[in-house]
Design a protein around this ligand. Structure first.
Ligand code: 4NP
Length: 164
């Protein structure tokens, strides 16, 4: 395989997961791997389909020199065919994803909790910042930045040829 695709999943697809998508795409671009590794995001809910990310997400991203090109979408069973990895922000998202995956013939997708890739973060959620403010969004940014570095190392271990 010479291409990998990853989608990040939260509840609304306007706060955590589009930020994760933006951060990860910036890291991939920094490594010159944007032709080989693609990232996207989705929500388990249908609350914000078609919407731009929350303005607090955009503000937090901009402050950290991240641009996000995304419209809200709901996770779909075909995502288990389209994506090699699906990263869930918390246990509820993970549970919903595993339930959905079981109803599909696409059993090869790797579904993981985002923070399992961060040192010391195993089992922890990326906290929902929806009812928070700038401080909570910045906290989410730092958590995602670290977890996504860990995830990149994981990918490098699993798919070394992509990084050569
Ligand atoms: P997200 O945050 O799951 O990180 O996008 C939320 C966005 C919207 C809602 C909840 C969480 N909501 O209830 O509409």
């Amino acid at each position: 395989r010479d291409q990998l695709s990853i989608t990040m999943v939260c509840l609304g697809n306007i706060c955590r997961s589009p930020l994760a998508e933006g951060i990860f795409n910036a890291k991939i671009k920094g490594l010159g791997l944007e032709k080989k590794i693609k990232s996207d995001s989705a929500g388990t809910s249908d609350f914000h389909i078609g919407e731009l990310p929350d303005e607090r997400t955009i503000r937090c991203a901009t402050k950290n020199k991240i641009t996000i090109h995304h419209r809200g979408r709901q996770v779909h069973r075909t995502d288990f065919r389209e994506f090699n990895y699906i990263l869930a922000m918390d246990e509820q998202n993970l549970k919903n994803l595993i339930q959905l995956k079981e109803k599909t013939p696409y059993q090869n997708t790797n579904v993981h909790l985002m923070r399992n890739f961060a040192a010391g973060g195993t089992g922890l959620p990326v906290p929902d910042p929806y009812y928070g403010g700038e401080k909570e969004f910045e906290e989410v940014y730092q958590i995602l930045d670290e977890a996504l570095d860990g995830f990149l190392s994981h990918l490098k271990g699993e798919h070394p040829h992509l990084f050569e």
